[in-house]
Design a protein around this ligand. Structure first.
Ligand code: H2P
Length: 799
């Protein structure tokens, strides 16, 4: 985008005065940010309109990525980068006496997701635009999003995150595109004289208005600006009388109020289904409206539209598309079914049984009576068709409805043409085990699409120092062609480059140290090894294994304060689901250990623990560039892919890994010498589950080092964790340690002490870091997305 500094300064001043009626110098950071954001939106608006017009004119096939979560992070700098005006704006702001970074920090980071799944959706949106694909996002505009995490006395407290309190400059409300989503009501069928078809009548429904808010997804230096559409629930115009009580109005608002309402009870689960249907239906309605404008035969629908459902949350899009095609557009079941299957594709993100969505049949029957009928019919036809082919037993196991429950994954697989896992190992497990019944029936539907991340946000924006160093060393081609970063390997023995890399890391660690000091009052040494585990708190991700390692060091230093141990800073960032009691206990435990160790002078700063509050995209951007070790220590077979592993690798952290998820592919790319691998392999874990001989109590009894550590949980050493310590101890020792922490403990320790040795050899460590950065190109989400486009969606980048 052509733009010069002088012009920018003039425009910025004008914009500010227009908005706030005084000079920018007197404005608050938030006002200065809003003015800049507004200006930037104005700058891409022409491309935004142009992109949409082009797609319409060419009747280009478009993909719609349906996701209950998006975690875009702050958008200002990423938009500036992709528009190619980041440097110009930075300089302009500078000349105006403003610091772009400070102004950018005034943007509230939208927390519309939980973790990897939501962030993946946002990396994908960036990559879809940046590779020039015609793609749209479809999701929910949560008024509050995910809770804001606070620690009080070490416990997680959840507060509402009012991210919209200052205007959201990026969104555009599109009232003219609003649609009605209907809940409840009565379904009946009528047949008029002379009409061979039954007509569906759906009356007495509770109608909610879905209003879209659109946000531009700016492609990298290519003029493409795609659309992310998030829906908000409102009372339909003119229908206010029907929502006369406060309670009724609240009920409407609640649909798009928070992400993942506590679904440990019936009301929470009901609300969640409402959310899922709400955005699925609204999205499908707007797609159908668009398709009808093209004036094409319905059979061409799958040639123009691909609908991707990110996990099972948007699965109701399948019966909703069926409903619209049949009830509203008059297609037959067979026609509608053919179109639906050809249009929809599905990504599975987990093999954990508890994360597989199932809804009580009665709930769906009450809330969505017509959708319920359609699901029943899909199920009936599925069983009828498959029983003669595969027998009763297998067919019943794949049923969508069983024991009064509706299984969303089964519906997603049966109603789509493609099912993909998110890393090679994960897809293998899906095919061989978790979804094997379906794999037997539909082998051609299954495929792997290993996750990716965008280096634009995770290197170029998050790590400006590394970016500058790379540009200087290998040129700038890697920015548009991430594979090209491999050229860096040629410098693996170049002492000068290795030293520069060390400097870059150090300056990023200093930046994080300043944050820890200013925001948390914790003093850390930037030359210490920064050991990072940042992800949702979950037992299978094994933050606790990390804790056991910390306690091992603690005991060594208590025994001998002069023990020759590498100084380490352990950095955690994690939210626990509000109803996940065990995860919250682990948070309390880590905070208590942090308090104990950080304040023990005899530890002499050899260990510091920093558990950041309210971890999210912006904190990740601060922590990842500062990491030396990337903890990816889930029990093998449980983590579908992981994506923080890729972000950390791209920033030169060395992975401490089990052979799980995409860690396997990271190892293949980076080589055994540049990663620390330990622990059970996925098939060994499977074998243990099968033969049932695992006995954690036995390990506890026989391993004195581990026993001593575990006893710390219950002997009063860690203050304030009487209940938590006991419960966690029991889960590991008395209840047989579901995630095999004790089994993997020795291997983990050994790998950690190897890492210490490697870290103390500066050249060796820096070379490992370099090799990680140089091997990270293939994990660009641009490549992942091009594979989705080519193999699943059948769409091509625009020329
Ligand atoms: C999940 C999986 C990750 C995966 C991610 C994106 C659900 O994310 O567990 O293994 O990388 O989806 O596919 P997370 O645990 O981070 O919430």
């Amino acid at each position: 985008m052509a733009f010069d500094v002088q012009e920018f300064k003039k425009e910025y001043q004008k914009k500010f005065e227009e908005l706030f009626a005084y000079g920018y110098e007197a404005g608050s950071k938030t006002e200065q940010y809003i003015a800049l954001g507004d200006l930037v939106r104005g700058l891409y608006s022409e491309d935004w309109i142009q992109t949409i017009m082009e797609y319409n004119k060419k009747k280009e096939k478009q993909v719609y990525y349906f996701s209950m979560e998006f975690l875009p992070g702050r958008m200002l700098k990423s938009n500036l980068l992709n528009m190619g005006i980041l440097d110009c704006v930075k300089q302009g702001m500078d000349e105006l006496g403003l610091d772009l970074d400070e102004v950018a920090r005034a943007e509230v980071d939208p927390a519309l997701g939980n973790g990897g799944l939501g962030r993946l959706a946002s990396c994908f949106m960036d990559s879809i635009a940046s590779t020039g694909l015609a793609g749209n996002g479809n999701g929910i505009r949560y008024r509050y999003g995910l809770f804001k995490q606070k620690f009080i006395n070490g416990y997680q407290i959840e507060l509402p995150e009012n991210w919209l309190r200052n205007r959201n400059v990026w969104e555009v409300r599109k009232e003219n595109k609003a649609v009605i989503v209907r809940f409840g009501g009565d379904v009946s069928f009528t047949q008029e004289d002379g009409d061979s078809r039954l007509r569906v009548r759906h009356e007495n429904t509770r109608d909610i208005l879905a209003v879209p808010y659109d946000t531009a997804q700016v492609g990298y230096n290519n003029g493409v600006v795609n659309n992310l559409r998030l829906w908000s629930a409102e009372i339909p115009y003119g229908d206010e009388a029907r929502f006369s009580t406060e309670e009724q109005r609240e009920e409407v608002k609640r649909i798009t109020e928070v992400l993942y309402p506590d679904d440990s009870n019936y009301e929470g689960r009901l609300l969640r289904v409402q959310q899922e249907y709400f955005f699925s239906s609204a999205g499908i309605q707007s797609i159908v409206r668009y398709f009808k404008r093209l004036k094409l035969d319905w059979s061409l629908f799958p040639d123009k539209i691909a609908i991707h459902i990110n996990d099972t949350h948007p699965t109701l899009a399948i019966p909703e598309l069926m409903r619209i095609l049949m009830d509203e557009e008059g297609l037959t079941w067979d026609q509608a079914w053919e179109i639906t299957k050809k249009t929809v594709s599905y990504t599975n993100h987990t093999i954990l049984q508890e994360a597989m969505e199932r809804w009580p049949e009665t709930m769906i029957a009450d809330l969505l009576p017509r959708i319920y009928q359609i699901i029943q019919e899909i199920n009936r036809r599925h069983i009828d068709k498959k029983t003669p082919l595969y027998g009763e037993e297998l067919s019943q196991r794949t049923a969508i409805i069983a024991n009064g429950q509706i299984k969303m994954a089964n519906l997603a697989i049966i109603g789509s043409h493609s099912v993909n896992g998110v890393a090679r190992l994960h897809t293998d497990i899906l095919m061989a085990d978790t979804l094997n019944d379906f794999y037997v029936m539909y082998p051609q539907k299954f495929n792997n699409k290993t996750n990716g991340i965008t280096q634009r946000r995770w290197v170029q924006i998050a790590n400006e120092n590394l970016t500058a160093m790379l540009d200087e060393t290998i040129g700038t081609e890697w920015k548009s062609n991430p594979e090209e970063i491999k050229i860096l390997k040629a410098h693996r023995d170049n002492k000068n480059v290795l030293d520069k890399l060390e400097q870059v890391k150090l300056s990023n660690k200093e930046r994080f140290a300043a944050y820890a000091k200013n925001e948390m009052g914790i003093e850390i040494d930037p030359t210490a090894l920064f050991d990072v585990q940042i992800k949702r708190l979950h037992a299978y991700k094994r933050q606790l294994l990390n804790v056991l390692h910390i306690l091992d060091r603690y005991l060594q230093l208590k025994d001998n304060p002069n023990a020759n141990l590498q100084k380490r800073v352990f950095i955690f960032g994690a939210k626990a689901a509000p109803s996940y009691y065990y995860a919250k206990q682990i948070i309390k435990l880590i905070n208590s250990i942090a308090y104990l160790i950080n304040n023990d002078p005899s530890i002499n700063d050899k260990i510091k623990i920093v558990f950041v509050e309210n971890y999210g995209v912006s904190l990740a951007e601060l922590i990842i560039p500062a990491a030396d070790i990337s903890e990816q220590i889930s029990l093998a077979g449980k983590e579908a892919s992981g994506t923080s592993n890729m972000k950390l690798m791209s920033n030169g952290a060395i992975t401490m890994a089990t052979l799980d998820g995409a860690n396997v592919e990271i190892r293949d790319n980076v080589g055994e010498d540049n990663i620390f691998i330990f622990g059970l392999k996925s098939d060994e874990v499977q074998e243990y589950y099968r033969n049932g001989v695992y006995n954690s109590r036995d390990i506890y009894d026989k391993n004195p080092r581990l026993k001593r550590i575990l006893n710390l949980l219950i002997d009063g050493t860690i203050p304030g964790v009487e209940t938590e310590g006991r419960d966690i101890f029991d889960s590991l020792v008395m209840y047989n340690d579901e995630y095999f922490l004790l089994k993997d403990f020795d291997g983990y320790l050994q790998a950690q002490y190897e890492a210490d040795a490697a870290f103390s050899d500066r050249d060796r460590w820096n070379r490992m870091a370099l090799m990680n950065i140089a091997s990270s190109g293939p994990f660009s989400s641009d490549y992942t997305i091009l594979r989705y486009a080519d193999e699943i969606w059948k769409i091509k980048p625009q020329s």
